[in-house]
Design a protein around this ligand. Structure first.
Ligand code: E4P
Length: 218
């Protein structure tokens, strides 16, 4: 399973992409607002840091297919590695099938049911993004949704990639990998948590202590 970074902040992307474990970046209107930047402003800089796909969403105010298609074409023209994020609504599906037929990579976002995921594939989406954390937030199982979609994609030999979004913890990431997801997009904080373990830090301290004790004995 690949890992994408779920942020529009260059100061988060820069140090973490140096780890060599990030295969792409996802943004959304909320993340861009938090970064205080527009998609147009950040795309080239992100592309200079990360080699893989960059996912940029149509404006939240774009709710009709015509506007989504227009914005999708403009977003796709920003960079050859960009994929256009479109919410999974009826209008969004119509825009997805139009843009996909034009050869533009589309990621359907805000997916909360297996039925929506099935429609997304039929519309030609390259990425299907179920939101794990937001389902957990309302007392449903985000992981169960990922398991079901992964199984459905396996049975159907779906060409779409299952991209898990709304990831809140390292456990989410591991569980989604075990469920068969293709990609998990993770916030910077979750990626940092994945790196750390107190026993790793304690182990280094003990090695340092033993090493310096041994060199003192010589
Ligand atoms: C992907 O970019 C999604 O929009 C994002 O993962 C949503 O995460 P959230 O539910 O924590 O806002």
């Amino acid at each position: 399973m690949q890992l994408f970074l779920d942020t529009a902040k260059l100061e988060e992307i820069r140090p973490l992409c140096e780890l060599g474990v990030i295969s792409g970046v996802t943004t959304n209107p909320s993340l861009l607002a938090k970064a205080g930047r527009s998609l147009e402003e950040v795309v080239a800089e992100i592309a200079g840091l990360v080699e893989g796909p960059i996912l940029g969403e149509v404006k939240a105010a774009a709710v009709d297919r015509t506007t989504m298609v227009e914005q999708g074409r403009a977003i796709a023209a920003l960079h050859p590695r960009i994929a256009v994020k479109i919410p999974l609504t009826a209008q969004g599906l119509a825009a997805t099938s139009r843009l996909s037929r034009e050869g533009i990579a589309v990621a359907n976002t805000l997916v909360f049911s297996p039925a929506q995921a099935l429609l997304s594939v039929q519309a030609g989406a390259k990425y299907v993004a179920p939101f794990v954390g937001r389902l957990d937030d309302i007392g449903e199982s985000g992981l169960e949704l990922v398991r079901t979609i992964a199984e459905m994609f396996r049975i159907q030999k779906s060409p779409a990639k299952l991209l898990v979004a709304s990831v809140r913890s390292p456990l989410h990431v591991v569980d989604c990998a075990l469920a068969g997801a293709d990609i998990a997009t993770v916030p910077a904080g979750v990626l940092k948590q994945m790196v750390q373990h107190p026993l790793t830090d304690a182990g280094i301290l003990r090695f340092q202590k033993d090493e310096s004790a041994a060199s003192g004995e010589k």
